[in-house]
Design a protein around this ligand. Structure first.
Ligand code: ARG
Length: 471
């Protein structure tokens, strides 16, 4: 038995058509999920009496054997032989339990089966991704804590703007990743309905118990509309778009580290384990891992667009086009897992060059905004103060000195509000400590954020382990 259909056909499928339509090479990934779904289905058939309790139990035992046997085999040599994972499992089951296997497919079709297995698979992968994201956040927070006193220039338009804590910069990514986690969690909640029992598209005349199957498989409830059940790939699109957003964050982070690791910035030193060399230039140590995270982000966007285009304009209900959901879906899930793992290693092992950060943070123009706010605190209207400091900056540049290098007389000429203590402002520590607004780079506030994140991330690990998020 190499096919789940065929009686109404006079001839075999042409070899080229076979190669073109067969999907085992991709959907073998669904093996465990699919076996679980089939076990639940078999139990349900026994429960409602379509098959006997004995047969139902024999099928479940058979499935354990199928799982063990197929996990050992490589699919490579079977991909031309079996149409898809559904067909392969059915065939293998027949080897284990004989003719009884033929009763299994009662009251279901591959359309609702594949929708169910894929959802189940994605639900499980999302939990893995949540764990990996949490782990990466934990590594970022640990580096933030380790380097909590380091100050660096912060940039806008890649121009030196104002000094910030290195830790504050890392925590910005922790925030982004938290939103990424909540998006994935949200998608998971929405996909938590079980399509099995929708049949090919219309449901079935057999009195199957869909609620029982849904519950056994850990879904919140069965889907409500059989046509929607077999036609919907929103859940995959949603996850792909959530992953694409994560990659926006990861690629920006990679870019920040690439810049910081360059000689021009020199704020960090990547560990040898996460750097590569040049085949020609012996002195080179390149951030290839980070460049590839940045580069592979393109694939995450491509995978999303690929599935959107596949689904666009399809008539209800199931169409074979939908088989093409798996390649981009699996690719993005794997890409994100791999990227998070390599980024966690890169960040865990990097070192901060304190002296380089200190040198860069001394640039006196970084404190121009503090000088401006100094005037504002002394009742000079903001725009007037802005013009005063702007003029001082211009004069400093014209006379080839730093902002703090201008004599006090010139400050005094520009505004009577200046006192000698204005020169105290040209100190990175004074600058960050002077911040007062909530969410700023003030060291006490950043330290509090580090404390909160540590607690929150630890609690999250516990929750994920206990499955606390999930029904
Ligand atoms: N392998 C298909 C998929 O992944 C499911 C099979 C449904 N095939 C069919 N001809 N109705 O979408």
């Amino acid at each position: 038995m190499k096919k789940l259909w065929g009686a109404r056909f006079k001839s075999e499928l042409h070899e080229t058509a076979k190669k073109f339509t067969y999907s085992l090479g991709v959907d073998h990934e669904l093996l465990s999920a699919e076996v679980k779904v089939s076990m639940a289905h078999a139990l349900m058939l026994g429960r409602i009496g379509i098959i006997s309790g004995r047969d139902s139990r024999a099928l479940v035992r058979g499935f354990w054997k199928v799982l063990a046997a197929l996990k050992k085999k490589s699919v490579c040599h079977m991909i031309d032989e079996y149409e898809d994972i559904h067909t392969l499992i059915q065939a293998e089951l027949e080897k284990k339990v004989g003719k009884l296997a033929r009763k299994l497919h009662t009251g279901r079709s591959r359309n609702d089966l594949v929708a169910t297995s894929t959802r189940l698979y994605v639900k499980e992968r999302i939990v893995d991704l949540l764990e990996a994201l949490n782990q990466f956040q934990t590594v970022l927070v640990a580096q933030a804590e380790k380097n909590r006193n380091i100050i660096i220039p912060g940039y806008t338009h890649l121009q030196r703007a104002q000094v910030v804590l290195f830790a504050h910069h890392l925590l910005a990514y922790v925030e982004m990743l938290e939103r990424d986690k909540s998006r994935l969690l949200d998608a998971r909640k929405r996909m938590n309905e079980c399509p099995l029992g929708a049949g090919a598209l219309a449901g079935t005349s057999l009195s199957i118990d869909r609620k029982f199957v849904a519950k056994l498989l850990g879904f919140e409830k069965p889907t409500a509309n059989s046509l929607d059940s077999v036609s919907d790939r929103d859940f995959a699109i949603e996850v792909l778009s959530d992953i694409a957003i994560v990659f926006t964050h990861l690629s920006r982070f990679a870019e920040d580290l690439i810049l910081w690791n360059s000689q021009e910035f020199g704020f960090i030193i990547l560990d040898d384990q996460f750097s590569t060399g040049s085949s020609l230039m012996p002195h080179k140590k390149n951030p290839d891992v980070l460049e590839l995270v940045r580069g592979k982000s393109g694939q995450a966007y491509g995978n999303l667009v690929s599935l959107l285009v596949t689904m666009k304009g399809l008539p209800l209900a199931y169409n074979r086009d939908m088989q093409e959901d798996k390649r981009p879906l699996f690719a993005s899930l794997r890409l994100l897992a791999d990227s998070l793992s390599v980024l966690s290693g890169t960040v865990r092992t990097l070192r901060v060059d304190e002296a380089a950060c200190e040198r860069a943070s001394k640039d006196s123009f970084l404190f121009a905004t503090d000088v401006l706010e100094y005037l504002v605190k002394r009742k000079v209207p903001f725009l007037e103060a802005h013009a005063v400091v702007g003029n001082l900056v211009r004069r400093a540049i014209d006379s080839h000195v730093t902002l703090s290098g201008l004599p006090f007389e010139i400050y005094r000429e520009s505004s009577r509000a200046f006192k000698k203590d204005v020169f105290d402002l040209f100190d990175p520590k004074v600058s960050v400590s002077g911040k007062a607004s909530l969410g700023s780079t003030k060291p006490e506030m950043v330290a509090k954020q580090i404390r909160l994140w540590k607690e929150r991330l630890k609690a999250e690990v516990r929750r994920l382990r206990l499955g606390g998020h999930f029904t």
